[in-house]
Design a protein. Structure first.
Length: 361
């Protein structure tokens, strides 16, 4: 991405910070005995792998404001960035329960793994109920740990307080955005405006804009710098989620780790689906609407993909992704040219925007 940016090395540093933190948490829970080992094991599993984009946006949000941190600040920054990955893991565990997903990154989703533990042990009661309950608790634990890791990352009290204020806002937004999402699904109706609101609050803000703000707050950002990061981060975050919506229908399962057409099977009323329903014939729109949330075989998924493409929705979403990414990059260039944001950090943020909006997983 940049001569000063080694993405693989950054991911290793974030993983190291997470491993150290999780080891500390495991030691704290030793008095509870072996019964909590599956919980801790699933926590470690949920924190392995991933592109670490949220951590990267946090890290470069800091560098955009303060490009030359001290060695101590640099280590604290990596720990703070890792807290965003704990938040992400929490959201994914809860999201999989809500969506009744079977897999995550090609492996059983946490609630399915806990369900299998219960069945294998031959315990009385319903294995599925146990799996769901255990996964909810895992997600809650990861959410609690995210707050703790950010709070104890190593920054001073004023910087930590400023970052935690952003973090509080982030969690409220993503939870309310998730509620908005399930309400849209429950209503059984999709319109582009409602779907875009879900995109913004469930994903765009907490995936890009707010991680940038957390890093910037730790660096002592001015209101002007926060505003500049929003001008870049919000449209890029929306493009990021729209790409995710496309992958949920058209993604390669061998790459995404999710079944083909997973969003269709789960009945998600995304922007893509809203556009397809609006752009199809009444017959095709009814066919798509009735198929959402139903078990689908490979042929049925292929037929629905063809219907969505024929409606023009796929092309419209691709166009919107391109426009949003361009909007964000223009704002970034303006902030760089005016000296509001560091030029080197801006170049890395440009590359991160491409990685976020043009990804295949």
């Amino acid at each position: 991405m940049n001569e000063t940016w080694d993405a693989d090395e950054f991911r290793r540093r974030v993983q190291g910070a997470l491993d150290t933190f999780l080891e500390t948490q495991s030691e704290r829970l030793v008095p509870l005995g072996d019964e909590v080992e599956p919980l801790l094991r699933r926590a470690r599993e949920s924190m392995s792998g991933g592109k670490r984009l949220r951590a990267a946006f946090c890290y470069w949000g800091f560098h955009a404001v303060r490009p030359s941190p001290s060695p101590g600040e640099e280590e604290s920054l990596v720990r703070a960035a890792a807290a965003l990955e704990l938040l992400q893991a929490s959201a994914l565990v809860h999201d999989d329960v809500i969506d009744d997903s079977d897999t995550r990154r090609g492996a059983p989703a946490a609630h399915r793994a806990f369900e299998a533990d219960h069945a294998a042990a031959g315990w009385p009661g319903r294995s599925r109920a146990y799996g769901d309950a255990a996964a909810v608790l895992l997600g809650d634990l990861l959410l609690t740990w995210a707050d703790e890791l950010l709070r104890t990352a190593g920054f001073g009290a004023p910087e930590t307080a400023a970052a935690l204020s952003v973090f509080d806002h982030t969690r409220s937004e993503v939870i309310a955005g998730q509620f908005l999402d399930i309400t849209v699904q429950a209503r059984g109706a999709a319109d582009v405006e409602a779907a875009m609101k879900v995109v913004r609050y469930k994903a765009a803000k907490y995936s890009v804009e707010r991680p940038l703000h957390v890093g910037a707050a730790l660096a002592g950002a001015s209101p002007e710098q926060i505003e500049a990061l929003s001008g870049y981060g919000l449209p890029v975050g929306e493009a990021f989620q729209l790409r995710d919506d496309l992958l949920g229908v058209f993604g390669d399962p061998s790459v995404t780790g999710k079944p083909a057409g997973d969003d269709l099977v789960e009945g998600k009323r995304t922007v893509l689906v809203a556009l397809a329903l609006a752009g199809s014939t009444p017959e095709d729109a009814d066919l798509l609407d009735q198929a959402l949330g139903q078990p689908l075989n490979a042929d049925q998924v292929a037929a629905l993909r063809a219907l969505i493409t024929f409606s023009g929705a796929e092309q419209q979403v691709e166009k919107t992704i391109t426009e949003l990414a361009a909007q964000g990059l223009t704002a970034l260039d303006d902030a760089k040219a005016s000296g509001v944001l560091d030029a080197n950090a801006a170049e890395v943020l440009r590359a991160l925007a491409t990685a976020a909006t043009q990804r295949t997983v």
